[in-house]
Each structure stands twice: as C-alpha cells, then as structure tokens.
Design a protein around this ligand. Structure first.
Ligand SMILES: Nc1ncnc2c1ncn2[C@@H]1O[C@H](COP(=O)(O)OP(=O)(O)OP(=O)(O)O)[C@@H](O)[C@H]1O
Length: 247
C-alpha cells in the first residue's frame, strides 16, 4: 500500500463497487484536498452516492483503497470506521432524517453530545447554527411541526455543529425551493470555508456545482472529466480551465 499525497485529506484509488452484481463504481480514483469544496456531478444513477458512501467509510468497496489523511479506511475494523465517522465526518442526506422525539435544537446538538460535549455548550452551538440557517425561531419545535425545508435546515445545522473535518453532502438542498436552495448553499459553503471544513458535495444541479472549488463527474460509475470552475470575480468568458479526461 502506498500512502496518499500529503495535501489530500481523502484519497480513493481504483474503487470498484457492485450492488447485487450490477456495477455502481468501476475503477474510480479521486483525491480531495484539504479545505476544498468538491462537487461530484453526474446524472441519476451514475454512482455519486455510492462514491460518497465509500469515501466516508459507510461502504467498503469490493476492490480499491480509501485513505483519510495517512490512514487506510478500507482496512479499518467496523468499530474504528464508526468512530472515524462520528468524530471526523458529517453527513447530509437528500431528505432530512431527524429524531422525532427531539426538538430542532436537540436534533442539531446530538452529534456534539455524542462526542461528549456538555448539554449547555451543545445547545449554544446548535442554536447558533439554527440562527445562521434562519430557523432560530423553530428551535423548540419537533420535526412533525416543521416544514420539510425547515427539517432539512435542521439536518444541515446538525452536520455543521461539530465542525467535522469532512462534510459529505448528498444532494443537500434537494427538498428546498430554488431561492431557498441558493441561500442555504451559500450559508453551507461560507461556513465550510470559514471553519476549514472540506466538503464533498454530490449534485446533478449545475448551479449547486458552480459553488464548488472543483468538480469531478461520474457517468455509469466511471470518472469522465474534471472541470476547474472559474473564480467568482472573473468574467464568464475568462478563467475557465479546459476539461481534462481522467481515468
Ligand atoms: N443499495 C442498492 N442496491 C442495489 N442497487 C443500488 C443500490 N444503491 C445504488 N444502486 C444502484 O447503483 C447505481 C449507482 O447508484 P447511486 O445511488 O450511487 O447513484 P447516484 O448518482 O447517487 O444517483 P442519484 O442521483 O439518483 O442518487 C445505480 O444504478 C443504482 O440503481
């Protein structure tokens, strides 16, 4: 085994995954740099979720390697992988999965409390994030009393509250309306940049991908190209690096 380059927080080599015999990833290799926001694009069924699940240690590839910093994830015991996910990674699903018996701030505070933080500190941090995501007024409501878009904001707050090293976001704004989507994404990316959180963002939406520093694309479980997006301040016609084919 050869360890990944130093500036990659995550590194995957030649991942192969089959679901019930059907290939979902076929030889995907990828490096994720420290602090970057990387969009994983591609049409439905192209393997985005499967790739995020492999990178986050939720799913072991049948072949290939996944490294987090200098540690091989693919050879870790299930218990060590669970601890890695709890302590270093955050995850946002396309639809919010909240604990129905807990109110919004308790849901958002949960990961911090699981890491051993006191209730008061966890509550203060959770409330801060709910405010930033414009749902501070919903802090005491249970999930059943929230709109789907509000629930998704709680789920996003919950992922950001522990300031994970890497945040995996699988179509995180799917349940939001278009205007809402842009606001929430901006909050998410601004928060990630200011806290040095690396983000791996699965999306098939070009507007969402445009907020990333870099984009890779999947098609039928294979990497097809890498597009470096221009700086936000550059004119449309400038600064667009060429697409390059990669294995
Ligand atoms: N648990 C599973 N069991 C069987 N097949 C699966 C499973 N998960 C994914 N697949 C299949 O693997 C392929 C890749 O799926 P994946 O969800 O990774 O793609 P995706 O790009 O995230 O799609 P979407 O945008 O629809 O979420 C698809 O053909 C999908 O049907």
């Amino acid at each position: 085994m050869v360890a990944p380059p130093d500036n990659d927080v995550l590194w995957a080599r030649a991942l192969h995954v089959k679901h019930n015999g059907s290939p979902a990833l076929s030889g995907v290799s990828l490096g994720v740099r420290v602090g970057e926001i990387l969009a994983v694009g591609g049409p439905r069924g192209s393997g985005k979720t499967t790739l995020l699940r492999c990178l986050s240690g939720q799913l072991l590839p049948q072949q290939g390697e996944v490294w987090f910093n200098s540690t091989p994830v693919h050879t870790m015991s299930p218990h060590t992988r669970e601890r890695l996910r709890r302590d270093r990674f955050g995850w946002i699903d396309p639809a919010p999965v909240l604990v129905p018996e807990l109110n919004a701030w308790e849901n958002a505070a949960l990961p911090l409390m699981l890491r051993g933080a006191g209730r008061r500190q966890a509550k203060a941090t959770a409330l801060e994030w709910l405010e930033r995501l414009d749902i501070g007024s919903c802090a005491r409501r249970r999930p059943y009393a929230l709109l789907q878009a509000e629930r998704q904001r709680v789920a996003i707050a919950r992922a950001l509250v522990p300031a994970p090293t890497v945040l995996f976001a699988d179509e995180p704004t799917a349940p939001l309306h278009r205007v809402d989507r842009a606001n929430v994404l901006r909050t998410l990316t601004t928060a990630a940049r200011s806290h040095g959180i690396t983000v791996v963002l699965a999306t098939h939406d070009a507007d969402t991908a445009a907020l990333a520093d870099r984009r890779v694309s999947l098609l039928d479980g294979r990497r097809v190209n890498t597009v470096h997006l221009p700086e936000a301040t550059e004119p449309e016609s400038e600064g667009r690096a060429a697409c390059s084919l990669s294995a």
